[in-house]
Structure formats: C-alpha cells, structure tokens
Design a protein around this ligand. Structure first.
Ligand code: GLA
Ligand code: ZN
Length: 673
C-alpha cells in the first residue's frame, strides 16, 4: 500500500471551501490539538473545482492540501462527484434523475443524478482524472474516496433501455425471461425485451411484480457499481497503489454491498446508530462491514461527533458516548474513527449537525475536549490492532437478494423485516460475548462451528449442499421459518419447503400461519429440554410453520391453536452434526438460552465471564491479540480476566481477576507474557 497507516485513522470530513484563510489556519491548530491525522475532502466541491465544462480551478485546493500536509495530516481525497454542478444538469438534462412517479427532477440535491447517464460518467471520470494527475504524487495522499453514499434509484428512459439490455444479458431469450419471471401468472408474458418496463408501481400496491422489482434492484447495484468503477479505474491508472473506496450509507438495503465492496479496497461504513438502538444493532452492522471483505478490517468512514440534524429528535451524545461508539467500531474491525464533520457549517441543511468544532468556533467545548482526549489515547495505541482480524466460530448468513426478495413478497405477513429478524438471533449470541462473523452465502463455512441462517428464503445454487456438508462434518446449523422457499429468481420450490435443505433439516413445512402483531403462541419444551432451560414454556410470535417431521426430533411443541401439540422446534442429526429448525419466532429470553446452549455444546466460549452490559471482542492485530471490553450500561460492570495478567493499553495499568468498568468506559487489553 502507498501509505500504510501507523496509527488509527482519526479525523473525518472537512469542507474548507466553506471557510476563509483565518478560519482554516485556526482549524489547523485545532486539528493538531485534537490529534487529527486524516481529513476527507472535498466531497461536495465539484461546482467550485469545475466552474464550467472542462475548465478547472484547483489552485484553492492546492493551497489547502499543502497546508494540511504541512501540519502533518494525511488526506483522503474525495472525488466530488456526488453533487454535480448546476451547469452540468442544465446543459445536459439527461444527468438528472426521474423518480418512481415519472417526474423528471430538477437540480439541487445531492446523490441526485442518473447513475446510467453517460454524460454524468464522462464528466465524473474527467474530474477524477484531473485530480489524479494533480495530486497522485502528493505525499499527503492516503486514499481515494469516490463520490459519497451512492444510492439513487432512477426511472428514466435511459435506465429503461439499459435495464432491458441487462435482462437480455442475464436471461438470453425472452422465453427464458418469461420462464424465470414466471410470466404465465397474470398474463405477464412478453414477446420482446422492449415490452419490459421499469417497476414503477409502488410496492404497497398489491399488484406489483416482485421479481421485476428484485431484478431492478440488482440492476441498480450493477449500474451504481459501474459508476464507481468509472472513476476508480481512472484513479487506479494514475495511482495503482493508493486504495480506493466509497462510503456506505446507513441505509444499507439500497445496494448489494457485497457486490459494491468487491471492487473497493476497503469497506467504509457511515455509522449512525439511533440513540435508542440496542448496542447489538450497530455491532451487527459493524460485523457485516467486516464481512463485506471476508473478515478484513474496514473503516468507519463517518460517525457523528455529537447530535445529528436529520433524526426526528436529535439527541446530544452523552458524555463518554462518542468514545464508546468509536471503540465499538474498532472492537469489531474498524481501523479508523472518522467523523462527519470537522467544522460545523453555518448554513444549509446540516447547520445543526454536530462537529468537532461547533459554531462557537472554539476548542473550549465538551465535545472538542472529549474528542481531543480520545485523539491522545488513539495515538498511544499506535498500530497495535490495525488490520487485525476477529476470529469467530459463529457465523451468520446474510444476503442482499434474500433481503430484497423476502421483503418484496406479498405474504405471509406484512411485518417482514430481514434486518430485525437477523438481529433477533444475532443479539443472543452477541450478548453471550462470542465473536460473530457475518458471511455471504458463498463463504467458506469450514472454520465455523455454528452457522445461523435466519429466514434464508432464497436458496441460491449450491448453498444447501454446502450447508448439508457443514452439518455432516460436525457443524451446528440453525434455520428458521421462511427458509428454502424460492430459487434465485424468486420462484417457489416445487415440492415442499425448505426445498434443498429438507434432508438437512429432516422435515418439511406443510403450511405457515401468520400471527397478528399482538398475538402469541406458546413453545412448550419437551421434558428433557425443560431440565436445561429456565422455564418450561416460552412465547413465540410472527409466523408459525406446521411441520411434518421426517428424521428430525421434536424439542418443543406449540401450546395453542388448532396446531397445539405439533412441533415448533426440532433437531436433526446428520453425519456428526446437528441442524435445528425454529418453526416460529421465540421470545428473546428463549433465544438467549438457546444460543448459550448451542455454543456450549460446540465448545464456543465467551471471551471472558462478565457482568453488566459488557461487550467483549478480540482482534488479532499487528502486535498479537488485543481484547476490547466496553461497558454500555448505566451502571458499573466487570470482566473477569482470570489468573492471567493483562495491560490496559488505555491506562497503562496491569489488570488481573475482576476488572471493573465504569459506565461507558472502555478497556483495550493485551496479555502480558
Ligand atoms: C451522511 C453523509 C454526510 C452527512 C452526514 C450527516 O453520512 O455522507 O455527508 O450528510 O450523513 O449525518
Ligand atoms: Zn436514469
């Protein structure tokens, strides 16, 4: 790599084009005081850098970049292509997107262009090239940041044409398209690709066509990826060793990030948890970010140093919260603590968004002090855990096509929420403090002992066979309702669910009942399960599959309804492993105990015993194993380190036995020899 960071990247988005020289000089002093080592710029400066087509004005940026570098700060150069200049939209209206209602939109927003516009791509590549030529050899250049939070959906005529070409490439012939799309339903047969239109029905219209929408989402990902590569290609030509990435918006559903990130050197996540999110939710998303590059460390490319402006109620970050969230990112594999933004804008949409330097323009603020204090700590940590991996034995399967298709399906319930379902199960393992990897369905399952595949509705080619082999070789697989229902074209399996997993699960699903939101069934455990669990029965909600067991054994039965007494939790032994099937969604308390027992059975232990709302993770970094302990609770908690001695790299203290952590406090531990 061009620049191999020797420290955690600390800093973030900086928009100096909003400020005069005096303010910029002051910023440099503040940055140094806070320990900032990386800034990202100029994300939104296209209009200033290219005042008219092909006429560039980079001198102002030259000066700023030199100044940043003179102050010992690296920069991540952003191609400013997320907000095209007004002249571009005016001269070439094809650049502007058309929304789902067919409205041609006018200029004025960001991430507001047609991702298939050739004119957009031409001008974007041109300015990227101009930047690469000018700054490719600048010693301060650490990485390229392309555009910002891609994620526009466009429905223009140009996208329509391209969608047809995309379909032709995927399906070859209209006959095949008709077959794969199941177009015999509702007379949807087409005789030419030109008869296929973009899906402009709203999804809440019952008559929409889910598979067309699914393919459209795949198409948007592919087209957006082309947009990224259009610039990345140019940058890589000039600077083959400088990493290139784009940051991922918190609305991760919009684009298949496995695909997007496959062409990037880093996954860069914009981490904006809501104040009421359980701590396991950002943890899960962070694990997913690590999963995007199969376990490689990633960047938290943005987070908020204080309140946001775009939440309905914008809470201040409580004292210690900024630090806690930053360490949570690093604990799950981030090599950075980067923020939006360095200085608070005086005008515009985000004038009330928090920043390192607030409107008061001083370092004498609570947030500045908290961040500066953290800057010192991060410097002290050096490169100890950089590029560190997290060695997990529990894997969760995650898939964007599955997410889209599952939520596009009309029935069996309108409350289908893949991310929350995933989280319902993730949380239990997470709270048990065992490391978790989030895996693509094509990942290598070999090193895992437990695989959890919540609602793996879409069974892509080969996945079931690999899961079967995983179980046969001694792994434990947990599957749930809504598993093995369709193929990758969203056509239901002919024969019973869970389709190709039927043998592995040892059962088939006869029918699925959807529960009303306030309705609950009961899971009554069988007698030997009762001995192992705290209660003999637990609530279950959401969906209830009626199962037909083949080789599976029942572990629990429904307590209510006409299917009372029928199995709702089963295990199937296959080879030397086990496959559990949850036919309904058990209450959290059950999932927690279940996760613990499964882990114990497979010899997967929590990193340390602990008490309180303690999160524990481990990274194998440049200087060996590093443990993170974070107290998310309002009360003190502890970690039992046992007999070995560890050094807390944040305080320098040696610890052994019970390490008490105050509310929102963090420890970064290294074992003494
Ligand atoms: C996003 C964007 C930033 C900024 C922040 C505000 O993540 O990438 O430009 O708008 O949100 O929270
Ligand atoms: Zn378009």
């Amino acid at each position: 790599m061009y620049y191999k960071p020797s420290e955690i990247l600390f800093g973030g988005d900086y928009n100096p084009d909003q400020w005069d020289d005096t303010v910029i000089e002051q910023d440099m002093r503040y940055f140094k005081e806070a320990g900032i080592n990386l800034v990202i710029l100029p994300v939104f400066s296209w209009a200033k850098l290219e005042p008219s087509e092909g006429v560039y004005s980079f001198e102002w940026l030259d000066q700023i970049l030199d100044k940043i570098w003179e102050n010992g700060i690296h920069f991540c150069l952003a191609t400013p292509t997320v907000a095209q200049p007004a002249w571009l939209s005016k001269q070439y209206p094809e650049v502007l997107p058309v929304d789902i209602s067919g409205r041609k939109r006018t200029h004025g927003m960001r991430v507001f262009f047609c991702y298939n516009s050739l004119k957009y791509r031409e001008r974007a590549a041109a300015i990227a090239e101009e930047m690469a030529k000018r700054y490719g050899n600048h010693p301060g250049l650490a990485a390229w940041h392309v555009a910002n939070e891609y994620g526009t959906y466009c429905y223009c005529e140009n996208c329509q044409q391209k969608f047809r070409l995309w379909l032709k490439k995927r399906y070859g012939t209209v006959e095949n398209l008709n077959d794969k799309w199941y177009n015999s339903f509702w007379g949807r047969t087409v005789y030419s690709f030109d008869e296929v239109y973009l899906p402009t029905e709203l999804n809440d219209d019952y008559r929409f066509n889910p598979v067309r929408e699914l393919d459209y989402q795949r198409f948007v990902t592919d087209s957006t990826l082309e947009c990224f590569e259009n610039e990345a290609r140019v940058l890589r030509r000039y600077t083959p060793d400088v990493p290139v990435f784009s940051n991922i918006s918190g609305h991760i559903k919009k684009l298949d990030q496995f695909k997007m990130v496959s062409k990037m050197d880093y996954a860069g996540f914009d981490n904006y948890p809501h104040p009421t999110d359980p701590r396991s939710l950002p943890a899960m998303k962070l694990d997913l970010m690590r999963g995007l590059k199969d376990g490689k460390s990633f960047l938290v490319a943005e987070q908020s140093p204080n309140q946001q402006n775009w939440q309905p109620y914008n809470k201040l970050k409580r004292p210690g919260e900024v630090r806690l969230l930053a360490y949570q990112g690093m604990a799950h594999g981030s090599d950075s603590a980067l923020y939006f933004q360095m200085r608070q804008s005086l005008g515009g949409q985000e004038k009330f968004h928090g920043a390192l330097i607030s409107h008061a323009g001083t370092d004498d603020t609570r947030i500045f002090r908290e961040l500066a204090q953290m800057g010192k700590e991060l410097k002290g940590l050096g490169d100890t855990f950089l590029e560190g991996t997290c060695d997990a034995k529990v894997g969760f399967l995650f898939d964007w096509d599955n997410w889209w298709a599952l939520e596009l399906a009309s029935g069996p319930t309108k409350d289908m929420d893949y991310l929350w379902q995933m989280h319902h199960y993730y949380r239990a393992f997470y709270e048990y403090n065992v490391p978790i990897d989030i895996l693509r369905v094509t990942a290598d399952f070999e090193k895992y002992k437990v695989l959890v595949a919540p609602l793996l509705y879409m069974m892509k080619e080969g996945v079931a066979q690999r899961l079967e082999r995983f179980v046969e070789r001694g792994g434990t697989l947990i599957a749930t309702y809504m598993t093995g229902v369709t193929d990758e074209n969203d056509r239901c399996v002919f024969g019973a669910y869970p389709g190709p997993l039927r043998k592995t699960m040892g059962l088939w699903v006869e029918e699925t009942d959807a529960l009303f939101p306030d309705e609950e069934n009961e899971m009554i455990l069988n007698s030997w399960m009762t001995q192992a669990y705290e209660k003999s029965s637990y609530g279950c909600t959401f969906l209830c599959d009626r199962l037909r067991l083949e080789t599976a054994e029942p572990l629990a039965y429904y307590g209510k309804d006409f299917y009372a007494g029928e199995p709702c939790l089963t295990v199937n032994r296959l080879g030397s492993g086990k496959a559990y099937y949850l036919a309904s969604q058990p209450e959290e308390a059950f999932v927690r105990e279940f996760a613990e027992k499964i882990c114990r059975e497979q010899g997967v232990e929590p990193l340390f015993p602990s008490e309180g709302e303690i999160e524990l993770t481990k990274r194998n970094g440049r200087s060996g194993e590093i443990w993170f302990a974070l107290n998310h609770g309002k009360k003190p908690g502890y970690v039992d380190l046992g007999e070995k001695t560890y050094q807390d790299l944040l305080t320098g203290k040696r610890c052994t036995g019970k390490l008490v952590l105050e509310s929102r406090d963090v420890a970064v531990l290294k074992r003494e020899q």
